[in-house]
Every structure is written in C-alpha cells, then in structure tokens.
Design a protein around this ligand. Structure first.
Ligand SMILES: NC(=O)c1ccc[n+]([C@@H]2O[C@H](COP(=O)([O-])OP(=O)(O)OC[C@H]3O[C@@H](n4cnc5c(N)ncnc54)[C@H](OP(=O)(O)O)[C@@H]3O)[C@@H](O)[C@H]2O)c1
Length: 241
C-alpha cells in the first residue's frame, strides 16, 4: 500500500485528474466531495478511488471526515487542498453571501483541513501538503474580489505553514493554475473565452487538468523534500512572476 493521499474536491475536474494520477503513481487515494453524489459515484466506479462526502468549509465536518478516511485507509500523509467554488460579481454588487461562500470554501477550508492533519504529520515526521490556488490569486481578477482574496490567502498561509514545519519533514506548496478546461471554466460563455481569455494565453489554449495533476505528483514525491513554501505557476504563459 502506498502513502495515503486525500484530495478535497477530488471527484470532478482538476481534483479527479489529481486522484487518478496519484492512484497511477501508487498512492492510496481518498477523494472528498461536497454534494454531487452522481458525479462521485461515477468517479468511484471509473477509478476505484473511494469518495467521502463532507463540506470542507465546516471545521467539525473536516475533523470527522479525515477520521473516517484514516480509519479506512490509514494516516493521511499527502493532503491536496483542491476544493473550490466561484461566486463572481463586481464588489459594488457582491452580497455578503457571495463573499463568505468563497472565503469559507476556498480559504477557511485550507485551515480546516491542514489543522486536522498537521499534528499527525508532525508526529510521524512526514507530510506533503499542496494547495490549488489560482492565477487570479496572483494577479487579481475583475469580478472576483472574493476569489482573488481567497486564492492569495492560500499562498501566504502555505508560506507560513511551510516555515513552521520545515524541520518536521513536512513540505507545503502551492500550484497556481491558469485557465483549465473544467466545468468551472466551461461555465464561462464561449464568446467570452474566445474574445477575452484565449487571446491572453500565449499558448493559445486552455490547460488540461492532467497538466495540473502532473505538478501535484512532482511536489508530493518523497524526493521533493527540499521544495517547500514554493508556488508553481502553470498558466500557459499568461502571467509571469
Ligand atoms: N478550472 C480552472 O481553470 C481553475 C483555474 C485555477 C484554479 N482552479 C482551482 O482548482 C480547484 C478545482 O477547480 P475545478 O475547476 O476542477 O472545479 P470543479 O470542476 O467545479 O470541481 C470542484 C470540486 O470541488 C468540490 N467542492 C466544492 N465545494 C466543496 C465543499 N464545500 N466541500 C467539499 N468539496 C467541495 C466539488 O464537489 P461536488 O462535485 O460535490 O460539487 C468538486 O468535486 C479549485 O480550487 C479552483 O479554484 C481552477
């Protein structure tokens, strides 16, 4: 049995590609999801990866969900914080609900998950934590003050956590994807993609979920122990920092 890897939002999109890549790499994988039972069942039927339903924005649910995963599969050694949502709108029209939904699901979830695995990782002197942020956390995006704030927050959080745990064999890193062809991006109208998104990407195309999964696999490897507090961008050249 390989190391146990838990991927939040692992049943669709980028998370599903990450789960498949980890399973192919010999990890024992668990996928978390929020509520789309149909997609989760199809994902498990296709991959054999078990799916666990809980809301990552709820601290107690994360604690209980992680305990369930660990009872079934063993201690979580690799955590991929991937679950995320968008609730776009210009700030002058944004409701408190839109703001809090995105901050809770995309940023507070990272605290909820990390807090509930970090003590075990420290005791075992090994851990790999990777959070999926976004290009829009690096450069900001009109209509996404909530999302940009949450995604930028993940980067600062990870740099601090990396320093706290460097001596404990735990690495903490971030991946910032550009526009990837998942349902989240396919929800953007095609004419907006054609006129406003694709012309900004030097590669001239959307990224593939598998291209992000490849970055995750690189960072969680035992051999990647010297890489911590880093941010990998995978955005087709759209934003270079
Ligand atoms: N797609 C892109 O271009 C892009 C670019 C940059 C960054 N990202 C980031 O990459 C991550 C994945 O994006 P995606 O496009 O693959 O998303 P997606 O296709 O919409 O899938 C989202 C996944 O997250 C789960 N999820 C959502 N809210 C949750 C909650 N409260 N608790 C537990 N699970 C929850 C969903 O579960 P259900 O199936 O149950 O709803 C689903 O499995 C996100 O953090 C996103 O911000 C995406």
């Amino acid at each position: 049995m390989g190391r146990v890897a838990l991927v939040t939002g692992g049943t669709r999109g980028i998370g599903a590609a990450v789960c498949k890549a980890l399973a192919a790499g010999g990890y024992t994988v668990a996928a978390n999801y929020a509520g789309n039972d149909e997609a989760a069942a199809a994902f498990t039927a296709e991959t054999g990866v078990p799916a666990f339903k809980w809301d990552v924005s709820d601290f107690s649910a994360c604690k209980a969900g992680i305990a369930e995963v660990e009872a079934k599969l063993g201690p979580v050694e690799v955590l991929v914080n991937n679950a995320g949502i968008t609730r776009d709108g210009m700030l002058h029209k944004m409701s408190p609900e839109q703001w809090h939904a995105v901050i809770n699901t995309n940023l507070n979830s990272v605290f909820n998950m990390c807090r509930n695995v970090i003590e075990g990782m420290r005791e075992r002197s090994f851990g790999r934590i990777v959070s999926i942020s976004s290009i829009n956390g690096q450069k900001g995006q009109m209509g996404q003050t909530n999302y940009s704030a949450a995604k930028a927050g993940e980067i600062g959080f990870s740099k601090a956590l990396a320093q706290e745990n460097a001596r404990k064999g735990i690495t903490v890193n971030v991946i910032c994807p550009g526009y990837i062809g998942t349902e989240m991006v396919r929800a953007v109208p095609q004419d907006v993609l054609d006129k406003h998104v694709l012309p900004q990407i030097p590669l001239g195309r959307l990224g593939e979920p598998e291209e992000i999964a490849r970055c995750v696999l690189f960072l969680v490897a035992d051999e990647a122990g010297f890489i911590t507090g880093s941010t990998i961008t995978a955005n087709g050249g759209q934003y270079l920092i």
